[in-house]
Design a binder for this molecule. Structure first.
Ligand code: COA
Length: 202
């Protein structure tokens, strides 16, 4: 007797033999972007995003494709004339450990440099990955306003365990704008002198 059940088709081979394409996001990318980001958000690794938020910030996003498949995404979000955040950063779980994240973070850093930023930061659980990408740990309480906007709706608001990391892009500019900096000063110390929380006026 022939079974009524059709066997599962074999899984598609991973598209890693195809050249990787890095480009800015377009509106037609919103559906796969939501799947990628909210897949990780569902297991508590990333902040969830809505269609509205992605649409509003679509110009922040740089994407990397393996063939037609969205392999990774990352956003560069500005907070001041000199500082931006790399956020909503993810690589398709089936395509990790092939250099895709490294390529994407460099594309975002190049974009930050083109905009003349002095530093970029990220909040992350993957300290090793960002360390490889030239970031160093920073004290979270000293980072800019973002934090208070996004964190307010984060499920981990009271128990945040993400690490703040920064990559200084233009130490000389930083020095010129913010006075003499000790040659021995670490990127963290330089960053601290630049990005302080605002004083709340009563
Ligand atoms: C973190 C993430 C983006 C890395 O992407 P990836 O494509 O696997 O990274 P790459 O293959 O480009 O790795 C680049 C380097 O970082 C290292 N690295 C990658 N993930 C790492 C990790 N979790 N811990 C330590 N080092 C890591 C790699 O070993 C590699 O080092 P090498 O250059 O010496 O070989 C991916 O694992 C991911 O999407 N994670 C879930 C979402 C997430 O945590 N996003 C960050 C939010 S800020």
């Amino acid at each position: 007797m022939i079974s009524a059940l059709t066997p599962e088709p074999p899984p598609e081979p991973l598209p890693l033999s195809q050249p990787l394409l890095v480009r800015k996001a377009q509106m037609r990318d919103i559906a796969p972007l939501l799947r990628l980001i909210n897949g990780y958000a569902a297991v508590g690794i990333m902040l969830p995003r809505t269609e509205f938020e992605i649409s509003e910030n679509i110009r922040d996003f740089t994407l990397i494709f393996a063939g037609d498949r969205l392999a990774g995404c990352g956003a560069l979000h500005f907070y001041s004339p000199s500082v931006g955040e790399i956020r909503s950063f993810a690589v398709d779980s089936e395509l990790k450990a092939h250099g895709i994240g490294g390529r994407l973070v460099e594309a975002l850093v190049v974009e930050a440099e083109q905009y003349g930023l002095d530093a970029v930061f990220a909040f992350t659980y993957v300290v090793g990955f960002f360390t490889k990408a030239g970031f160093t740990e920073a004290e979270r309480g000293l980072l800019p306003l973002k934090v208070w906007k996004d964190c307010l709706r984060c499920p981990k608001f009271d128990c945040c365990d993400e690490v703040a990391m920064v990559r200084v892009l233009r130490p000389e500019k930083w020095r010129q704008t913010h006075g003499q900096v000790d040659e021995e000063e670490s990127p963290l110390q330089i960053f601290r002198s630049q990005v302080m929380l605002p004083t709340v006026k009563k």
